[in-house]
Each structure stands twice: as structure tokens, then as C-alpha cells.
Design a protein around this ligand. Structure first.
Ligand SMILES: [Zn+2]
Length: 282
């Protein structure tokens, strides 16, 4: 095939797939907005100092995400905070870095992105931290806290302390079901629950909770989610007396009494396997 035609076809495919994403911004306060697109939810903080965002979805969407941010306040974000290394939360790092943003993430996100993109890559965070970091910007203190071994081994939860809004990354899947515990990247069911309990204790009835995926939420819904994860944990642990291997566990189907919805990329079998593998170790 002619090279030019190939280029046009590739452009059309990418153009259409990117166009097909329906972006929506949801205003939480004058300063904090949530951008829903494809992949992890993005928090946008705007103010007198400029703009910063939490997570940046997929690389192919960067141009459109920039447009959405610019519609709120012209210019590129000063900072991009990554809640963890997964591609649907860090895919825009390169494009934003090249536009002048400084990416901030946990040390383990830096390590994992070096492995994935190489040492010289613009995907890498410029600032990495171990336990906590505070961003003093736009007359807000954004408290960034690491929780060890939860969704992955590099999770960060971002609290806009004045606004009483928390972005939980993928510690919180607000889709009515169970979370993805990335056991192969240092995630753990018990670590996740420990983190969730710690976070929910600091919230009040006015707190606004931004999940990694799904609609904007609150403390009451987060408590229901925690209860659901705990139920699943108990069911899997109880089933271990009768199902010794991962295959037996899947066959035993201990999560069926919960009657939860599942997505095509995270079906019940996979959740069962991941919970089993995590709890077997703990
Ligand atoms: Zn994730």
C-alpha cells in the first residue's frame, strides 16, 4: 500500500477513536474540576498560580485533555500528579512534560516507568517521593500520601485539604463492584483495606471523593465500598478451607452470593484469582 494512504488510514483510525471519547467536566468548586474521559478520572485544580492536574489518562487523548483544561484556564498545567503507574493514569505524562509540566509521583511509579519507557523518557516523573509530599499552590495545600501495597506498590492519594476533596486513584473503583488489586505490581487486598480505612477516617459528611473510575462520590458510598471489599475478602478466605488451588477457587465461585456487576476487562474469575492470590500470601 502507498505510504501516504497508510498514513491517512492510521490518522483516520486514531482520529476517530480519539474523537469517540466523550469528555465531560464536572465542577466541584470554583477551583476543583473533574474531567471524565477514557481511563482514570482527572482532577483539575485552577487558581491564581496556574493549573495542576491529578492523572492524565491515555497518550492518544493528550491533545483533547489539554483543550479541556485550557477551556477552564488557558495554559498548560504546572504539575501533573500520578496516582500510580498504570497507563490509563500516566499515558499523558510525555505530552504534558514536553509542554512544560512537572510530573510528581511515588518513587515506585518512577521505577516502574523507567522500566517501561527507559531512563531518558519524558514519561518519567521529575519529582518523586517516599511517604508524603505537600503541594502549596493556588492557595491550597494538596497533601499527597503514599499507601504501601494497595492497588499497586506506588499508590498516592491526593487531598485538597482546604476544599475537603480527595482523589483516591484506583484505591476506589466506584463502579458498583470490586476493585482491581494488581497483585503482580505489588497490590494487596489487606493493604488496600488498610489504606481505605485510614482514608475514610479522615473524611466527614461534606467530603467529596473522586474515585479512580466511576462517578464522584462521598464518605457514605466509600464506606459501602469498603464493606463490599471486606465481604469479598471473607468469602474468599472462608472458601480456602474447601478450595486449595486457584483453579478450585474459581470453580467454587465464592463471590457469587454478592451478585455484583463486573466489567469485560475485569470479570469475576479474574477478581477471584487476584483476591485468592493476594490473601493466600497474607
Ligand atoms: Zn490502576
Amino acid at each position: 500500500m502507498n505510504y501516504v494512504i497508510k498514513v491517512i488510514i492510521v490518522f483516520l483510525i486514531f482520529g476517530f477513536s480519539a474523537k469517540a471519547v466523550d469528555f465531560r467536566t464536572h465542577k466541584l468548586t470554583e477551583q476543583v474540576h473533574v474531567l471524565f474521559g477514557q481511563g482514570g478520572n482527572i482532577a483539575i485544580h485552577i487558581g491564581d498560580d496556574g493549573t495542576y492536574i491529578v492523572d492524565d489518562q491515555f497518550a492518544k487523548l493528550s491533545a483533547q485533555i489539554k483543550q479541556q483544561i485550557s477551556a477552564l484556564k488557558p495554559g498548560s498545567p504546572e504539575f501533573v500528579i500520578n496516582t500510580h503507574f498504570h497507563g490509563d493514569h500516566t499515558g499523558g505524562n510525555e505530552a504534558f512534560s514536553l509542554a512544560g509540566s512537572h510530573v510528581i509521583a511515588h518513587d515506585n511509579v518512577h521505577k516502574r516507568l523507567v522500566k517501561k519507557h527507559g531512563k531518558a523518557s519524558a514519561y518519567l516523573p521529575r519529582v518523586s517521593f517516599d511517604n508524603t509530599l505537600t503541594l502549596h499552590f493556588n492557595n491550597e495545600q494538596a497533601h499527597i500520601a503514599h499507601f504501601a501495597h494497595a492497588h499497586t506498590d506506588g499508590d498516592a492519594v491526593v487531598t485538597f485539604t482546604k476544599a475537603n476533596i480527595v482523589h483516591m486513584g484506583d484505591l476506589y473503583f466506584n463502579l458498583g463492584g470490586l476493585p482491581f488489586v494488581d497483585v503482580d505490581s505489588g497490590g494487596s487486598v489487606d493493604g488496600l483495606l488498610k489504606a481505605l480505612h485510614h482514608i475514610v477516617t479522615a473524611l466527614d459528611d461534606n467530603s467529596v471523593v473522586i474515585p479512580g473510575h466511576g462517578a464522584v462520590s462521598n464518605k457514605a458510598e466509600l464506606l459501602q465500598y469498603i464493606a463490599r471489599v471486606e465481604q469479598a475478602r471473607t468469602l474468599i478466605l472462608n472458601a480456602m478451607t474447601q478450595a486449595a488451588t486457584q483453579e478450585e477457587m474459581v470453580k467454587f465461585d465464592p463471590l457469587s452470593p454478592l451478585n455484583l456487576p463486573y466489567t469485560s476487562w475485569l470479570p469475576k474469575e479474574r477478581v477471584t484469582q487476584l483476591f485468592y492470590r493476594s490473601l493466600k500470601k497474607e
